[in-house]
Design a protein around this ligand. Structure first.
Ligand code: SF4
Ligand code: SF4
Length: 441
């Protein structure tokens, strides 16, 4: 299973700006702002649909094969691939075009497929710079893959949930065998070939109480860019007419939270524990997506991550056959935007349906969020996780709300300090030597 819908922030991190200090060893806010990218929509490309060699219990995407029961193949055809690449490049009015390849497990397509990807990109890039990110479970990487990824400067996202006992809890092969050793073999290869990689760690019921162990492990295996994704899913008592079990917040029949979902307080405490270690030792060395986007929101600038933005809708998903959906967490018939053979990406992304989808994130907040002092940093989180009721019974509250409040409350003074350092042209890593750390930790 791959799990990288919320785009990694390791390429637009405020905190990553640290190595790029000027000769006075200061970082200007202007420098920081330049790190933010111009607006352009993104597409999570799923050229092999939901097909994967793993069978992770918590995967939200494996069951999407039921939407394509008449498909004879889940492999994106050359025709669709070329059309997608051409349109995606053409639709960008910015100098950098970033592709994200995901699944399912995209390496199942073989190197031939990705050789075609870079060939088509070269054909249509014009003066634009192309970037590629590949999200993988890492189990199929070999030397040939690493050479290709290095040669073509792919950024690789590896899904790993911590040490073996936590990782293997849910991330197993189809035959039930654990996947940890194969993932580690892949990571060792990436390091040997100096392929840039980041890690994506799902926070679930089995690893949520072991934050420091997970964090130190990720550092030890060489991860310097970490995403932690809290898993929240509801399972319907009966399958939907399309055959799905994991349902959207709008599903009206009986559904219950899955037992692998993280509880709100667990999530908050998990991120707080990692923050406390990070803020003492690792600022400017280890980059954690949630901390980056929180600092961006504290500075009042675009966080670059849909979940913590006021609105969303600027990132869609394209399936193997060219079907486009509003978001890869909303690959449901009611969020289908069209097929690339019949409509352009620009038309689909600019459609009323998609614009409304993005605005709903802001417009459907319950009163509790509207009055919340952390709304500027949280924005009610991802609509997919808004399955809770407020204490007075209003729907639409994020399942993780209590955890968000704990986290934002805890990091407030540190975020204020780091934001102030940036505004005063000083590196935020100064926090590690501040009285604040000594006084509060
Ligand atoms: S629904 Fe919105 S916030 Fe959630 S993952 Fe999709 S684009 Fe991001
Ligand atoms: S912390 Fe809770 S109340 Fe505040 S904006 Fe986030 S989800 Fe809403």
């Amino acid at each position: 299973m791959t799990f990288r819908s919320r785009r990694a922030s390791n390429q637009n991190s405020y905190l990553r700006s640290m190595p790029r200090l000027n000769k006075n060893n200061t970082l200007t806010l202007g420098d920081a702002l330049k790190v933010s990218r111009p607006r352009a929509f993104m597409m999570m490309a799923k050229p092999i649909g939901p097909i994967c060699n793993l069978n992770c219990t918590y995967c939200y995407y494996l069951e999407k094969d039921r939407l394509y029961q008449n498909s004879s193949s889940f492999k994106m055809s050359d025709e669709i691939l070329e059309e997608f690449i051409k349109q995606f490049i053409d639709s960008h009015e910015v100098p950098i075009v970033s592709f994200t390849w995901q699944g399912g497990e995209p390496t199942l397509l073989g190197l031939d497929f990705f050789e075609k990807v870079v060939t088509f990109q070269a054909k249509y890039r014009g003066n634009k710079r192309i970037e590629n990110a590949l999200q993988t479970n890492g189990t199929r990487l070999d030397e040939a893959w690493c050479r290709f990824l290095k040669r073509n400067d792919f950024l690789v996202g590896i899904s790993i949930d911590g040490p073996a006992k936590y990782h293997n809890y849910y991330r197993k092969f189809k035959n039930g065998q654990p996947s940890f050793e194969e993932v580690m073999r892949g990571i060792r290869l990436l390091r040997r070939f100096r392929v840039e990689f980041n890690t994506l760690t799902v926070i679930h019921d089995a690893n949520a109480s072991y934050a420091i162990e997970v964090y130190r492990f990720l550092k030890k295996i060489g991860s310097r860019y970490m995403q932690f994704i809290p898993i929240v899913e509801r399972e319907a008592d009966q399958t939907t007419p399309e055959g799905l079990k994991l349902v959207t917040p709008n599903y009206e029949n009986s559904a219950t939270i899955t037992n692998w979902s993280v509880r709100a307080r667990q999530f908050g405490k998990f991120m707080i524990q990692i923050f406390d270690e990070w803020v003492q030792k690792d600022v400017g060395q280890v980059f954690i997506q949630l901390f980056d986007v929180t600092l961006a929101n504290w500075l009042g600038t675009a966080p670059g991550l849909c979940v913590y933005s006021e609105t969303c809708g600027e990132g869609a998903a394209i399936e193997h056959n060219g079907d486009v959906y509003s978001c890869d967490h909303f690959v449901y018939p009611e969020h289908f935007l069209g097929n690339i053979k019949e409509k352009t990406l620009v038309d689909m992304m600019g459609s009323d349906q998609q614009i409304q989808f993005g605005k709903n994130k802001r417009d459907n907040l319950p009163d509790q969020c509207l009055k919340c002092k952390f709304r500027f940093a949280c924005h009610g989180g991802c609509p997919k996780s808004r399955i809770a009721l407020t204490p007075d019974g209003q729907p639409g509250l994020n399942w993780l709300c209590e955890g968000y409040q704990l986290f934002f409350e805890h990091v407030s003074p540190y975020m204020e300090f780091m934001a102030n350092e940036l505004l005063n042209k000083r590196p935020p890593a100064n926090i590690m030597h501040s009285k604040l750390i000594k006084r509060q930790l």
